[in-house]
Design a protein around this ligand. Sequence first.
Ligand code: S3P
Length: 170
Amino acid sequence: MKERRHMIIVGFMGSGKTTIAKALARQLACDFIDLDSFITEREGRSPAQIIEQDSEPTFRQIEARALHDVLEKNDARVIALGGGTWTIAENRALIAQNNCLSIWLDVPFELCWQRISAGGNAIRPLAPNQNSANELYESRRTSYGFANKRIPVTSGDSIETIVQEILKQT
Ligand code: S3P
């Protein structure tokens, strides 16, 4: 495996970023960090609460700062981003400057939506219904495609299978 400091897991809401990052880190015996959880701890509010109570632009500023600090100061080798983090060019540039390998979990919309809708609106304010979530999903695919690696995921794939595929490709 190439020696890189960070493996960055990107993908749409409900693509399983946190679950896969955690399992990948376990397999590699290294630390993992979830950017949304880092923000929640630091701000005392979840990304969803910040978006609802303040605004999405305010959340994006907080998210960009959090990303910067995680990349600069945290030794975690595996990092799960939020679904929108990678779609912002400045964030991608920051990631590129930090010796990272980006990995896109390319999950069909239907599977993402199953998981999003199971969580309820309060958790994902940017995906309030299936149509708008689908539009957002489509609009983000181009930028997710800028990731170094694309891991196609289907509904039958186990966590173990996905982790093995990542390890094979990296
Ligand atoms: C967002 C996804 C969320 C969270 C925030 C914004 C997005 O993370 O960062 O609500 O823009 O897609 P998950 O992808 O972990 O749900």
